[in-house]
Design a binder for this molecule. Structure first.
Ligand code: DMJ
Length: 449
Protein backbone atom coordinates (compact mmCIF):
# COMPACT_ATOMS: atom_id res chain seq x y z
CA UNK A 1 0.00 0.00 0.00
CA UNK A 2 2.70 2.47 1.09
CA UNK A 3 4.71 1.40 -1.95
CA UNK A 4 1.88 2.14 -4.37
CA UNK A 5 1.28 5.60 -2.82
CA UNK A 6 4.97 6.34 -3.20
CA UNK A 7 4.92 5.11 -6.80
CA UNK A 8 1.89 7.27 -7.64
CA UNK A 9 3.65 10.30 -6.13
CA UNK A 10 6.78 9.62 -8.18
CA UNK A 11 4.80 9.26 -11.39
CA UNK A 12 2.96 12.51 -10.65
CA UNK A 13 6.23 14.30 -9.90
CA UNK A 14 7.91 13.09 -13.06
CA UNK A 15 4.87 14.29 -15.04
CA UNK A 16 5.42 17.73 -13.50
CA UNK A 17 9.10 17.65 -14.40
CA UNK A 18 8.35 17.23 -18.11
CA UNK A 19 8.71 20.87 -19.17
CA UNK A 20 6.92 20.81 -22.49
CA UNK A 21 3.81 18.94 -21.42
CA UNK A 22 0.49 20.49 -20.52
CA UNK A 23 0.42 18.98 -17.08
CA UNK A 24 -2.96 18.26 -15.51
CA UNK A 25 -4.07 20.74 -12.91
CA UNK A 26 -4.31 18.20 -10.10
CA UNK A 27 -0.71 17.15 -10.74
CA UNK A 28 0.34 20.78 -10.48
CA UNK A 29 -1.68 21.30 -7.30
CA UNK A 30 0.05 18.27 -5.77
CA UNK A 31 3.44 19.57 -6.85
CA UNK A 32 2.72 22.94 -5.21
CA UNK A 33 1.67 21.19 -2.02
CA UNK A 34 4.88 19.18 -2.05
CA UNK A 35 6.96 22.34 -2.47
CA UNK A 36 4.95 23.98 0.29
CA UNK A 37 5.85 21.07 2.57
CA UNK A 38 9.49 21.31 1.56
CA UNK A 39 9.62 24.96 2.66
CA UNK A 40 7.41 24.33 5.68
CA UNK A 41 9.62 21.51 6.92
CA UNK A 42 12.63 23.81 6.58
CA UNK A 43 10.82 26.41 8.68
CA UNK A 44 9.91 23.74 11.24
CA UNK A 45 13.38 22.36 11.46
CA UNK A 46 15.35 25.59 11.68
CA UNK A 47 12.97 28.33 12.78
CA UNK A 48 9.91 26.83 14.51
CA UNK A 49 8.23 29.43 16.69
CA UNK A 50 10.08 32.34 15.09
CA UNK A 51 8.79 34.91 12.64
CA UNK A 52 10.59 33.47 9.62
CA UNK A 53 13.30 31.16 8.31
CA UNK A 54 16.46 32.47 6.66
CA UNK A 55 16.83 29.64 4.18
CA UNK A 56 20.51 29.95 3.26
CA UNK A 57 22.00 30.29 6.72
CA UNK A 58 19.22 28.00 8.08
CA UNK A 59 18.67 30.38 10.96
CA UNK A 60 15.53 31.97 12.40
CA UNK A 61 14.66 35.63 12.04
CA UNK A 62 12.41 37.71 14.32
CA UNK A 63 11.35 41.12 13.08
CA UNK A 64 11.25 42.84 16.46
CA UNK A 65 13.57 40.75 18.61
CA UNK A 66 10.67 38.81 20.13
CA UNK A 67 8.67 36.51 17.86
CA UNK A 68 5.15 37.41 16.79
CA UNK A 69 4.79 34.06 14.99
CA UNK A 70 4.49 35.72 11.57
CA UNK A 71 4.98 32.56 9.53
CA UNK A 72 2.65 30.28 11.55
CA UNK A 73 -0.16 32.86 11.68
CA UNK A 74 0.25 33.90 8.04
CA UNK A 75 0.35 30.25 6.91
CA UNK A 76 -2.38 28.71 9.08
CA UNK A 77 -5.24 29.18 6.61
CA UNK A 78 -3.23 27.75 3.70
CA UNK A 79 -2.40 24.67 5.81
CA UNK A 80 -6.15 24.21 6.23
CA UNK A 81 -6.88 24.82 2.55
CA UNK A 82 -4.24 22.29 1.52
CA UNK A 83 -5.73 19.73 3.91
CA UNK A 84 -2.44 19.38 5.81
CA UNK A 85 -4.20 18.31 8.98
CA UNK A 86 -1.37 17.35 11.29
CA UNK A 87 0.73 20.40 10.30
CA UNK A 88 -2.33 22.59 10.87
CA UNK A 89 -2.99 21.03 14.27
CA UNK A 90 0.53 21.57 15.56
CA UNK A 91 0.60 25.11 14.16
CA UNK A 92 -2.70 25.92 15.86
CA UNK A 93 -1.34 24.64 19.14
CA UNK A 94 1.84 26.68 18.75
CA UNK A 95 -0.13 29.86 18.07
CA UNK A 96 -2.69 29.41 20.82
CA UNK A 97 -0.12 28.29 23.43
CA UNK A 98 2.51 30.88 22.70
CA UNK A 99 1.35 33.95 20.80
CA UNK A 100 0.78 36.92 23.14
CA UNK A 101 0.73 40.59 22.19
CA UNK A 102 1.55 41.95 25.64
CA UNK A 103 5.12 42.61 24.53
CA UNK A 104 7.63 45.39 25.05
CA UNK A 105 8.03 46.06 21.32
CA UNK A 106 7.10 48.66 18.75
CA UNK A 107 5.52 47.28 15.56
CA UNK A 108 4.70 48.57 12.10
CA UNK A 109 0.94 48.64 12.13
CA UNK A 110 0.46 47.85 8.42
CA UNK A 111 2.58 44.68 8.43
CA UNK A 112 1.07 43.41 11.66
CA UNK A 113 -2.44 44.17 10.44
CA UNK A 114 -2.16 42.38 7.10
CA UNK A 115 -0.16 39.36 8.32
CA UNK A 116 -1.35 38.82 11.90
CA UNK A 117 -4.74 40.45 12.29
CA UNK A 118 -5.84 39.17 8.88
CA UNK A 119 -4.32 35.74 9.53
CA UNK A 120 -6.05 35.40 12.90
CA UNK A 121 -9.42 36.48 11.52
CA UNK A 122 -9.32 34.03 8.62
CA UNK A 123 -8.09 31.34 11.04
CA UNK A 124 -11.13 32.04 13.20
CA UNK A 125 -13.52 31.96 10.27
CA UNK A 126 -12.10 28.76 8.78
CA UNK A 127 -11.45 26.89 12.01
CA UNK A 128 -14.13 28.27 14.33
CA UNK A 129 -11.97 28.36 17.48
CA UNK A 130 -12.89 31.54 19.36
CA UNK A 131 -9.37 31.85 20.78
CA UNK A 132 -8.20 33.07 17.36
CA UNK A 133 -10.77 35.85 17.53
CA UNK A 134 -9.71 36.71 21.11
CA UNK A 135 -6.12 37.09 19.94
CA UNK A 136 -7.26 39.25 17.01
CA UNK A 137 -9.35 41.38 19.38
CA UNK A 138 -6.42 41.91 21.74
CA UNK A 139 -4.17 42.87 18.83
CA UNK A 140 -6.81 45.21 17.37
CA UNK A 141 -7.10 47.04 20.70
CA UNK A 142 -3.33 47.46 20.90
CA UNK A 143 -3.19 48.90 17.38
CA UNK A 144 -5.97 51.45 17.93
CA UNK A 145 -3.70 54.31 19.18
CA UNK A 146 -2.32 54.72 15.63
CA UNK A 147 -5.53 56.52 14.67
CA UNK A 148 -5.11 59.23 17.34
CA UNK A 149 -4.00 61.95 14.91
CA UNK A 150 -5.62 65.30 14.13
CA UNK A 151 -6.69 63.95 10.71
CA UNK A 152 -7.72 60.41 11.71
CA UNK A 153 -5.12 58.99 9.30
CA UNK A 154 -2.86 56.61 11.26
CA UNK A 155 0.74 56.79 12.42
CA UNK A 156 2.99 54.01 11.14
CA UNK A 157 4.33 52.52 14.38
CA UNK A 158 2.83 51.68 17.76
CA UNK A 159 4.25 50.18 20.94
CA UNK A 160 2.20 47.10 21.85
CA UNK A 161 2.27 47.72 25.62
CA UNK A 162 2.36 51.48 26.02
CA UNK A 163 0.43 52.51 22.91
CA UNK A 164 3.15 55.07 22.13
CA UNK A 165 2.95 56.03 18.47
CA UNK A 166 5.55 57.27 16.01
CA UNK A 167 6.09 58.47 12.45
CA UNK A 168 3.65 60.98 11.09
CA UNK A 169 4.89 60.55 7.51
CA UNK A 170 2.73 57.78 6.11
CA UNK A 171 1.59 56.55 2.71
CA UNK A 172 -1.76 55.62 1.17
CA UNK A 173 -1.10 51.86 1.30
CA UNK A 174 -0.38 51.87 5.03
CA UNK A 175 -3.19 54.32 5.77
CA UNK A 176 -5.78 52.63 3.62
CA UNK A 177 -5.03 48.95 4.09
CA UNK A 178 -6.82 48.19 7.31
CA UNK A 179 -10.55 48.37 6.68
CA UNK A 180 -10.97 44.72 5.66
CA UNK A 181 -9.24 43.50 8.82
CA UNK A 182 -10.46 46.17 11.26
CA UNK A 183 -13.95 46.10 9.76
CA UNK A 184 -14.21 42.32 10.03
CA UNK A 185 -13.01 42.56 13.63
CA UNK A 186 -15.88 44.96 14.35
CA UNK A 187 -18.42 42.73 12.67
CA UNK A 188 -17.24 39.63 14.54
CA UNK A 189 -16.90 41.25 17.98
CA UNK A 190 -19.85 43.63 17.75
CA UNK A 191 -17.60 46.60 18.60
CA UNK A 192 -17.89 49.26 15.85
CA UNK A 193 -14.77 51.18 16.88
CA UNK A 194 -12.41 49.25 14.57
CA UNK A 195 -14.59 49.74 11.49
CA UNK A 196 -15.16 53.40 12.25
CA UNK A 197 -11.49 54.30 12.77
CA UNK A 198 -10.27 52.41 9.69
CA UNK A 199 -13.06 53.81 7.52
CA UNK A 200 -12.40 57.36 8.66
CA UNK A 201 -8.70 56.96 7.75
CA UNK A 202 -9.69 55.85 4.25
CA UNK A 203 -12.16 58.70 3.78
CA UNK A 204 -9.72 61.33 5.08
CA UNK A 205 -7.10 60.12 2.64
CA UNK A 206 -9.55 60.09 -0.26
CA UNK A 207 -10.61 63.65 0.62
CA UNK A 208 -7.03 64.79 0.10
CA UNK A 209 -6.81 63.59 -3.52
CA UNK A 210 -5.85 66.31 -5.98
CA UNK A 211 -8.13 67.76 -8.63
CA UNK A 212 -7.01 65.00 -10.99
CA UNK A 213 -8.48 62.51 -8.48
CA UNK A 214 -5.07 60.98 -7.76
CA UNK A 215 -3.21 60.53 -4.48
CA UNK A 216 0.54 60.92 -3.88
CA UNK A 217 3.14 58.69 -2.23
CA UNK A 218 3.74 60.29 1.19
CA UNK A 219 1.44 62.37 3.37
CA UNK A 220 1.85 63.93 6.80
CA UNK A 221 -0.97 62.48 8.93
CA UNK A 222 -0.81 65.34 11.43
CA UNK A 223 -1.05 68.26 9.00
CA UNK A 224 -2.76 66.41 6.13
CA UNK A 225 -0.20 67.88 3.69
CA UNK A 226 1.32 65.83 0.87
CA UNK A 227 5.08 65.35 1.16
CA UNK A 228 5.69 63.38 -2.06
CA UNK A 229 3.29 63.89 -4.90
CA UNK A 230 4.22 61.08 -7.27
CA UNK A 231 1.17 59.02 -8.10
CA UNK A 232 1.25 55.37 -9.18
CA UNK A 233 -0.18 51.93 -8.37
CA UNK A 234 3.04 50.50 -6.87
CA UNK A 235 4.28 49.93 -3.33
CA UNK A 236 3.16 52.62 -0.85
CA UNK A 237 -0.10 53.19 -2.75
CA UNK A 238 -1.12 49.79 -4.21
CA UNK A 239 -3.48 48.25 -1.65
CA UNK A 240 -5.21 51.58 -0.93
CA UNK A 241 -7.02 51.08 -4.24
CA UNK A 242 -7.49 47.36 -3.58
CA UNK A 243 -9.24 48.07 -0.25
CA UNK A 244 -11.61 50.69 -1.66
CA UNK A 245 -12.96 48.05 -4.03
CA UNK A 246 -12.87 45.13 -1.62
CA UNK A 247 -14.37 47.02 1.34
CA UNK A 248 -17.32 47.87 -0.87
CA UNK A 249 -17.69 44.20 -1.83
CA UNK A 250 -17.13 42.67 1.63
CA UNK A 251 -19.19 45.14 3.67
CA UNK A 252 -21.52 46.41 0.95
CA UNK A 253 -20.21 49.87 1.85
CA UNK A 254 -21.61 52.29 -0.73
CA UNK A 255 -19.25 55.11 0.21
CA UNK A 256 -16.31 52.83 -0.57
CA UNK A 257 -17.97 52.00 -3.90
CA UNK A 258 -18.12 55.70 -4.79
CA UNK A 259 -14.53 56.28 -3.68
CA UNK A 260 -13.41 53.27 -5.75
CA UNK A 261 -15.27 54.40 -8.86
CA UNK A 262 -13.87 57.92 -8.70
CA UNK A 263 -10.35 56.62 -8.02
CA UNK A 264 -10.22 53.99 -10.75
CA UNK A 265 -11.46 56.57 -13.25
CA UNK A 266 -8.53 58.83 -12.39
CA UNK A 267 -6.04 55.93 -12.41
CA UNK A 268 -7.15 54.83 -15.87
CA UNK A 269 -7.15 58.39 -17.18
CA UNK A 270 -3.72 59.46 -15.96
CA UNK A 271 -1.63 56.40 -15.09
CA UNK A 272 -2.54 53.94 -17.87
CA UNK A 273 0.12 54.03 -20.59
CA UNK A 274 0.02 52.11 -23.87
CA UNK A 275 3.38 51.66 -25.59
CA UNK A 276 4.62 49.54 -28.50
CA UNK A 277 5.45 46.78 -25.99
CA UNK A 278 2.20 46.63 -24.11
CA UNK A 279 -0.17 48.19 -21.64
CA UNK A 280 1.30 49.61 -18.42
CA UNK A 281 0.59 51.94 -15.53
CA UNK A 282 3.30 54.57 -15.05
CA UNK A 283 4.18 57.29 -12.52
CA UNK A 284 2.77 60.79 -12.80
CA UNK A 285 2.52 64.03 -10.86
CA UNK A 286 -0.71 63.83 -8.83
CA UNK A 287 -1.45 67.51 -9.44
CA UNK A 288 -1.44 67.57 -13.23
CA UNK A 289 -1.21 63.92 -14.34
CA UNK A 290 2.08 64.51 -16.25
CA UNK A 291 4.24 61.43 -16.74
CA UNK A 292 7.31 61.35 -14.46
CA UNK A 293 8.68 57.86 -14.89
CA UNK A 294 8.00 54.73 -16.99
CA UNK A 295 8.50 52.52 -13.99
CA UNK A 296 6.68 49.26 -13.20
CA UNK A 297 7.48 46.34 -10.91
CA UNK A 298 6.56 43.15 -9.15
CA UNK A 299 4.24 44.92 -6.70
CA UNK A 300 2.25 46.56 -9.51
CA UNK A 301 1.44 43.07 -10.79
CA UNK A 302 -1.43 42.87 -8.24
CA UNK A 303 -3.43 45.27 -10.39
CA UNK A 304 -4.76 42.81 -13.00
CA UNK A 305 -6.42 40.96 -10.11
CA UNK A 306 -8.08 44.14 -8.87
CA UNK A 307 -9.18 45.12 -12.37
CA UNK A 308 -10.59 41.64 -12.94
CA UNK A 309 -12.48 41.71 -9.65
CA UNK A 310 -13.95 45.08 -10.63
CA UNK A 311 -15.20 43.59 -13.93
CA UNK A 312 -12.61 45.22 -16.21
CA UNK A 313 -11.31 42.07 -17.88
CA UNK A 314 -10.06 43.92 -20.95
CA UNK A 315 -7.51 46.02 -19.05
CA UNK A 316 -6.80 43.16 -16.64
CA UNK A 317 -5.77 40.73 -19.38
CA UNK A 318 -3.69 43.32 -21.27
CA UNK A 319 -1.85 44.30 -18.10
CA UNK A 320 -1.27 40.68 -17.14
CA UNK A 321 0.40 40.14 -20.52
CA UNK A 322 2.78 43.00 -19.71
CA UNK A 323 3.46 41.56 -16.24
CA UNK A 324 4.29 38.23 -17.81
CA UNK A 325 6.61 39.98 -20.26
CA UNK A 326 8.38 41.47 -17.26
CA UNK A 327 8.64 38.01 -15.67
CA UNK A 328 10.05 36.36 -18.79
CA UNK A 329 12.63 39.09 -19.43
CA UNK A 330 15.16 37.19 -17.31
CA UNK A 331 13.21 34.01 -16.59
CA UNK A 332 11.93 35.39 -13.29
CA UNK A 333 10.62 38.79 -12.40
CA UNK A 334 12.81 41.70 -11.23
CA UNK A 335 11.56 43.99 -8.50
CA UNK A 336 11.41 46.92 -10.91
CA UNK A 337 11.80 47.71 -14.60
CA UNK A 338 11.76 50.73 -16.86
CA UNK A 339 8.99 49.57 -19.18
CA UNK A 340 10.00 51.92 -21.99
CA UNK A 341 13.47 50.35 -22.31
CA UNK A 342 12.57 46.98 -20.73
CA UNK A 343 15.65 47.22 -18.49
CA UNK A 344 15.60 45.87 -14.93
CA UNK A 345 16.25 48.82 -12.61
CA UNK A 346 16.03 46.82 -9.35
CA UNK A 347 17.16 43.25 -9.84
CA UNK A 348 15.89 41.45 -6.73
CA UNK A 349 13.08 38.90 -6.62
CA UNK A 350 11.56 38.63 -3.16
CA UNK A 351 9.38 35.54 -3.78
CA UNK A 352 6.49 37.90 -4.38
CA UNK A 353 2.99 36.61 -5.22
CA UNK A 354 1.31 39.41 -7.16
CA UNK A 355 1.59 38.10 -10.74
CA UNK A 356 0.38 34.68 -9.57
CA UNK A 357 -2.53 36.26 -7.71
CA UNK A 358 -3.53 37.99 -10.94
CA UNK A 359 -3.27 34.76 -12.95
CA UNK A 360 -5.57 33.12 -10.39
CA UNK A 361 -8.19 35.90 -10.60
CA UNK A 362 -8.05 35.96 -14.39
CA UNK A 363 -8.45 32.21 -14.59
CA UNK A 364 -11.39 32.39 -12.22
CA UNK A 365 -13.17 35.03 -14.31
CA UNK A 366 -12.26 33.88 -17.83
CA UNK A 367 -11.75 30.11 -17.39
CA UNK A 368 -9.03 30.54 -20.01
CA UNK A 369 -6.52 27.72 -19.51
CA UNK A 370 -3.76 30.06 -20.77
CA UNK A 371 -3.64 31.39 -17.19
CA UNK A 372 -3.07 27.90 -15.83
CA UNK A 373 -0.21 27.44 -18.28
CA UNK A 374 1.13 30.83 -17.27
CA UNK A 375 0.92 29.79 -13.60
CA UNK A 376 2.69 26.55 -14.43
CA UNK A 377 5.58 28.49 -15.98
CA UNK A 378 5.74 30.86 -13.01
CA UNK A 379 5.87 27.86 -10.68
CA UNK A 380 8.58 26.14 -12.73
CA UNK A 381 10.82 29.18 -12.57
CA UNK A 382 10.29 29.49 -8.83
CA UNK A 383 11.38 25.87 -8.36
CA UNK A 384 14.26 26.25 -10.78
CA UNK A 385 15.78 29.43 -9.38
CA UNK A 386 14.66 29.84 -5.76
CA UNK A 387 14.55 26.35 -4.25
CA UNK A 388 17.20 25.64 -1.62
CA UNK A 389 17.97 22.73 0.67
CA UNK A 390 15.97 24.28 3.51
CA UNK A 391 13.18 26.05 1.65
CA UNK A 392 12.96 28.85 -0.91
CA UNK A 393 15.16 31.94 -1.09
CA UNK A 394 14.95 35.45 -2.50
CA UNK A 395 17.12 36.28 -5.47
CA UNK A 396 19.42 39.26 -5.05
CA UNK A 397 19.82 39.40 -8.84
CA UNK A 398 17.43 37.91 -11.37
CA UNK A 399 20.09 38.09 -14.07
CA UNK A 400 22.82 36.14 -12.27
CA UNK A 401 20.20 34.22 -10.20
CA UNK A 402 22.26 34.76 -7.07
CA UNK A 403 20.25 33.88 -3.95
CA UNK A 404 19.78 35.89 -0.75
CA UNK A 405 18.92 34.78 2.76
CA UNK A 406 15.21 35.54 3.04
CA UNK A 407 11.86 33.76 2.84
CA UNK A 408 9.05 36.01 4.03
CA UNK A 409 5.82 34.69 5.49
CA UNK A 410 3.91 35.88 2.41
CA UNK A 411 5.65 33.16 0.41
CA UNK A 412 3.41 30.67 2.26
CA UNK A 413 0.41 32.96 2.77
CA UNK A 414 0.21 34.24 -0.79
CA UNK A 415 2.68 32.91 -3.36
CA UNK A 416 2.09 29.22 -2.71
CA UNK A 417 -1.56 29.72 -1.75
CA UNK A 418 -2.44 31.41 -5.04
CA UNK A 419 -0.51 28.80 -7.02
CA UNK A 420 -2.33 26.04 -5.19
CA UNK A 421 -5.74 27.66 -5.70
CA UNK A 422 -5.00 28.34 -9.37
CA UNK A 423 -4.46 24.61 -9.95
CA UNK A 424 -7.11 23.25 -7.53
CA UNK A 425 -10.80 22.62 -8.13
CA UNK A 426 -12.90 25.75 -7.42
CA UNK A 427 -14.56 24.01 -4.46
CA UNK A 428 -11.25 24.20 -2.55
CA UNK A 429 -12.25 27.75 -1.73
CA UNK A 430 -15.49 29.15 -3.19
CA UNK A 431 -14.25 32.39 -4.73
CA UNK A 432 -17.64 34.09 -4.81
CA UNK A 433 -18.16 33.68 -1.08
CA UNK A 434 -14.99 35.33 0.10
CA UNK A 435 -12.84 38.42 -0.28
CA UNK A 436 -9.07 38.04 -0.04
CA UNK A 437 -7.20 40.57 2.05
CA UNK A 438 -4.04 42.00 0.54
CA UNK A 439 -2.15 39.19 2.30
CA UNK A 440 -4.48 36.59 0.70
CA UNK A 441 -6.41 35.81 3.86
CA UNK A 442 -9.94 34.89 2.82
CA UNK A 443 -12.64 36.74 4.77
CA UNK A 444 -16.29 35.78 4.62
CA UNK A 445 -19.26 38.02 5.27
CA UNK A 446 -21.03 36.01 7.99
CA UNK A 447 -22.99 39.05 9.21
CA UNK A 448 -24.99 39.71 6.01
CA UNK A 449 -28.69 40.02 6.82
C1 DMJ B 1 2.44 41.41 0.83
O1 DMJ B 1 2.84 41.57 2.15
C2 DMJ B 1 1.15 42.10 0.59
O2 DMJ B 1 0.59 41.57 -0.57
C3 DMJ B 1 1.27 43.59 0.48
O3 DMJ B 1 0.08 44.22 0.09
C4 DMJ B 1 2.38 44.03 -0.44
N1 DMJ B 1 3.13 42.96 -0.95
C5 DMJ B 1 3.55 41.88 -0.10
C6 DMJ B 1 4.03 40.76 -0.98
O4 DMJ B 1 4.71 41.16 -2.07
Amino acid sequence: MRHSIWLAAMIAFSAFLRPESAVAQEVLADAVKREFLHAWNGYKRYAWGHDALQPLSKTPHDWYGASLYMTPVDAYDVLLLMGLKSEAAETKQLILDSLRFDKDIEVQSFEVTIRLLGGLLSAYQLDGDKRFLDLAHDLGNRLLPIFDTPTGMPYRYVHLQTGKIRDSLNNPAEIGTCLLEFGTLSKLTGNPIFYDKAKRALVELFKRRSKTGLVGTVINVESGEWVRKTSHIGGAIDSYYEYLLKAWLLFDDQECKEMWEKSIGAVNTYLADTLHNGFWYGRVDMENGKLIETRFGSLEAFFPAVLALSGDLARASKLQESCYRMWTLHGIEPERIDYASMQATAKEYYLRPEIIESAYYLFHFTKDSAYVRMGENLFRSLVKYCRTEAGYAYLSDVITKEKADGMESFFFAETLKYLYLLFSPPATLPFNEIIFTTEAHPLRNTWRK
